[in-house]
Design a protein around this ligand. Structure first.
Ligand SMILES: *Cc1c(COP(=O)(O)O)cnc(C)c1O
Length: 405
């Protein structure tokens, strides 16, 4: 699944280039850096690899979401529609710009249910943010149509789906803007890092300035830059960009291994008729980071997870329903809007209201779902053993359930 599994001389070489000059910052120092611009090189490589006009590297995927939202002018009084199954960073970014996160149900794609999105639209809705979870995509045709009809911004959180496509287009490049995370467990890594991708020049210029204290980056003298608006420091370092530059060149290699291993594991699990798989709007575009599968009921799924744990084979399998980071059920800090700094009372009330709605339709999906992370280092033998062990556990639980029935 993550690029760190295949750490190599390629990453060491790029980092060493930076260590040679000692210029660890991405801006300025034009003479001493001796032509080494890893961040710029990585941004160019992202544009050409993923097919977008502009890319702005930042310090994390969370920073990329915050930067994109600010660059798109989303803030006070605005509502952003996002799914109940995501990573905490998605709503952290929304709250950080002072907007209201409006959670809606996911369906068997494990992403936004377009009908739920339609039902959540109000006069305050400014943006729809699909989160392409676990390597695969939301129904982008349906979401694009909704955004067009209601004149809404489409922002893709593609942090988990680097290299996945929808109808030939890379995820993260379809909406007004999109983000990747390059944290340590993502498909490709910078150790820490992220990027805002966009085809809109205005969004790019805003992202470029916002992530560096509002600098306009128009002159060669950094000290003389103007500040057309207030920004932050979300800069990436040259060391991090160097790692990413090596990784982006290897991405197709990572994806090819994932696809092969994913197909083999899916084939093994398909032998059990009670197992069904995540619905994927464009099967060919799956980056195959995870294989996500369903069992008929929550009870059976829980029993399988418990038995896998007992047998010591749960590692790499995720039961998101009980997970503290990814599913709304366990986000008590959000449901109580616990922040260190005071929020505007209206925002606080809205956060609580939207986080504590009825998500039973999501529960019905997530309670039956397990995602298996696809390893890049699995041998054929290990993969077969893993698949067979999983099938045996599932069959055992199913037969016990039948006996009890
Ligand atoms: C990882 C992730 C992020 C945030 O990325 P960081 O680089 O860890 O800040 C945002 N959204 C999703 C869906 C993610 O999985």
């Amino acid at each position: 699944m993550p690029g760190y599994e295949l750490w190599s001389d390629a990453e060491r070489k790029e980092v060493n280039d930076v260590l040679q000059t000692g210029i660890l910052m991405r801006y300025g120092f034009d003479g001493p850096r001796k032509g080494i611009w890893k961040s710029k090189e990585l941004e160019d490589a992202i544009c050409s690899s993923f097919g977008c006009k502009h890319a702005q590297l930042v310090s994390s995927g969370t920073a990329a979401l915050t930067t994109a939202m600010s660059a798109l002018g989303i803030g006070y009084g605005d509502e952003i529609i996002l799914p109940s199954f995501t990573f905490v960073a998605s709503f952290e970014a929304v709250i950080s710009v002072g907007a209201v996160p409006v959670f809606v149900d996911v369906d068997d794609t494990l992403t936004l249910n377009p009908e739920a999105v339609k039902n959540a639209i109000t006069p305050k809705t400014k943006c729809v943010m699909p989160v392409h979870m676990c390597g695969s995509m939301a129904d982008m045709d349906a979401l694009q149509a909704i955004c067009k009809e209601h004149n809404l911004i489409l922002l893709e959180d593609a942090c988990q789906s680097i290299g996945a496509t929808y109808k030939g287009k890379k995820l993260g490049t379809i909406g007004d803007a999109g983000t990747f995370s390059f944290d340590f467990v993502k498909t490709m890594t910078c150790a820490e890092g992220g990027v805002v991708m966009t085809n809109r020049e205005d969004v790019y210029i805003n992202s470029d300035g916002y992530s560096d204290h509002g600098h306009d980056h128009k002159g060669i003298d950094r000290g003389a830059d103007l500040h057309p608006f207030i920004g932050y420091n979300f800069r990436i370092s040259e060391l991090h960009a160097a790692v990413g530059l090596a990784q982006v060149k290897r991405l197709n290699e990572f994806l090819a291994i994932q696809k092969k291993n994913h197909a083999a594991l899916k084939n093994i699990l398909s032998a059990v008729p009670e197992i069904s798989f995540r619905r994927i709007p464009d099967e060919a575009g799956d980056s195959c980071t995870f294989l996500s599968w369903f069992l008929p009921t929550e009870e059976i799924t829980r029993a399988v997870v418990t038995e896998m744990k007992a047998q010591g084979i749960l590692a790499g399998n995720f039961y998101w329903y009980d997970n503290n980071w990814h599913y709304i059920r366990k986000w008590d800090h959000l449901k109580n809007a616990v922040t260190l700094n005071a929020l505007h009372p209206d925002l606080k009330a809205a956060v609580i209201q939207h986080a504590t709605k009825d998500f039973s339709a999501s529960d019905a999906v997530m309670g039956r779902c397990v995602s298996t992370a696809i390893g890049l280092l699995w041998t054929d033998e290990q993969l077969r053993t893993k698949g067979e062990q999983m099938v045996n556990v599932i069959k055992k639980v199913l037969s016990t359930q039948k006996q009890m029935a």
